[in-house]
Design a protein around this ligand. Structure first.
Ligand code: GDP
Length: 446
């Protein structure tokens, strides 16, 4: 998502590098390039027009700042305007003051509603809530069952019509679920509704009836970001037919240009609240316009990375690693090397993580080809070493390397590569610990 747009914008900014002052012609040329970049990313035309006009006006009017050169100033303006069209501030869920908070999901069939219901339930559970999932999609065969399976996976109960009653009345089920939630003290109710393959009047009416029956605190419109401009059209139809408070974008992991994500908030006037970016039930989070803008500009989504790291990192292990780095906890060994790799894996797939780091845009292709199974191979090799060898890899000679390779079913070359990589990593760590620190922000033009 956003890869082409990122590349295009990076090229645009590159052209401004080294300029001491932006002439009218520079600004016009830049505006033109930004326009093309946005149109290529499939951003809706009215949004593009407004965006470019705003950037142009601000670039002309911007005070000459001592801190930023003209190229950086343009990046700053584009960044702020991106945040703007993405919806501005992060929109958070509003909880009911009394009784259960009711969240209703609406959208087309295949948008990812049922998957999203479970993801949202898990996310809420992690925040200490006790959600109840409600199966009101009685249209799509298997939707109830799918919700039950997913509910079980995230450990959240599902309220559904009795089997055999599958063609029953979704409005009745929705109403009954609120009573059930009150009885069983659930503080959030997530109502999954039926979708159709295309927008139709009956579908809208049913969703509107459910809405009127349960008076949701939040109606969320769920839309597949991969369907491009159609997402915007559908969003408008649902706005008129059902109405909603916020948007959830799904399949942001898909190979799309991202135009839907960039247009929908401006066109509908409703913020994007959540983003779903994978098939796993944990591939889900609040949508932060500012972080998304940084990611598009390849300034790195460091905040999300840090948050994920905080969630998954084992504090004790991190402390140990930090001590090793500072030279107080003894030497960095293969055991630490492996632990680090495993920690990294806990963060999610390598390519996703790296995509959040600043300046990584240029390595995108290599990252997408990164094979997470590499960590399994490394693990197998390290496990077939003796404990002494893991602590002191210098003692691994030629014949031991052959033994190790045999023991784990890998080649001697692979064992050699691993040992080399380890020494390389250790060298790097020592340098870092000596205070070399991180290199600067590669995403920003100088
Ligand atoms: P519903 O008809 O709206 O309830 O849609 P489903 O929840 O059944 O999802 C339709 C398909 O999209 C399923 O195959 C899901 O696994 C898939 N899906 C849902 N969310 C995502 C996502 O964020 N990324 C990807 N890649 N696939 C998703």
């Amino acid at each position: 998502m956003f890869a082409t747009l990122s590349d295009r914008l990076a090229d645009t900014f590159k052209n401004l590098r080294g300029k001491g002052r932006l002439s009218e012609a520079d600004i016009d040329a830049t505006a033109r390039e930004i326009r093309i970049a946005l149109l290529e990313a499939d951003v809706a035309l009215p949004v593009v027009k407004e965006f470019v006009a705003a950037v142009k006006e601000r670039a002309r009017g911007e005070e000459v700042s001592g801190a930023l050169n003209p190229a950086q100033q343009i990046v700053k303006i584009v960044n702020e305007e991106l945040v703007n069209i993405l919806g501005g501030e992060t929109r958070r869920l509003r909880y009911a003051k009394t009784g259960p908070t009711v969240i209703m999901l609406a959208g087309l069939q295949g948008a990812g509603k049922t998957t999203l219901a479970a993801k949202l339930a898990l996310w809420l559970k992690e925040q200490g809530k006790t959600p109840l999932l409600v199966a009101c999609d009685l249209q799509r065969p298997n939707a109830v069952n799918q919700l039950q399976v997913n509910g079980e996976r995230v450990g959240v109960p599902v309220f559904a019509p009795e089997p055999g009653n599958g063609t029953g009345d979704p409005v009745g089920v929705a109403q009954a679920s609120i009573e059930e939630a009150k009885r069983k003290l659930h503080d959030v109710v997530i109502v999954d509704t039926a979708g159709r393959l295309g927008v139709d009047a009956e579908l809208m009416q049913q969703a509107a009836d459910i809405r009127d029956a349960v008076r949701p605190d939040e109606v969320l419109f769920v839309v597949d970001a991969m369907i491009g401009q159609d997402a915007v059209t559908t969003a408008q139809a649902f706005l008129e037919g059902v109405g909603y408070d916020a948007v959830v974008l799904t399949k942001l992991d898909g190979d799309a240009r991202g135009g839907a994500a960039l247009s929908i908030a401006s066109i509908t006037g409703r913020p994007v609240m959540f983003a779903s970016n994978g098939e796993k039930l944990t591939d889900f989070d609040l949508f932060h316009p500012d972080r998304m803008a940084s990611r598009i500009l390849d300034m790195g989504d460091v905040l999300t990375l840090i948050e994920q790291a905080e969630k998954t990192f084992d504090a004790e292990q991190a402390m140990k690693a930090a001590e090793k780095l500072s030279g107080r906890g003894g030497e960095f060994t293969l055991v630490d090397f492996l632990e680090q790799m495993q920690q990294v894996r806990k963060l999610g797939s390598m390519s996703k993580i790296m995509g959040m780091l600043p300046g990584m845009g240029q390595f995108r292709e290599q990252l997408e080809n990164f094979d997470d199974r590499e960590i399994d191979r490394i693990q197998a090799i390290i496990y077939s070493m003796t404990p002494a060898e893991r602590i002191n890899p210098k003692m691994i000679d030629g014949s031991r390397r052959q033994r190790i390779a045999k023991g784990c079913g890998r080649t001697v070359t692979e064992v050699n590569q691993l040992v080399d990589r380890f020494f390389e990593a250790r060298k790097m760590m020592t340098q870092l610990a000596k205070g070399g620190g991180m290199p600067g922000m590669p995403g920003m033009p100088g």
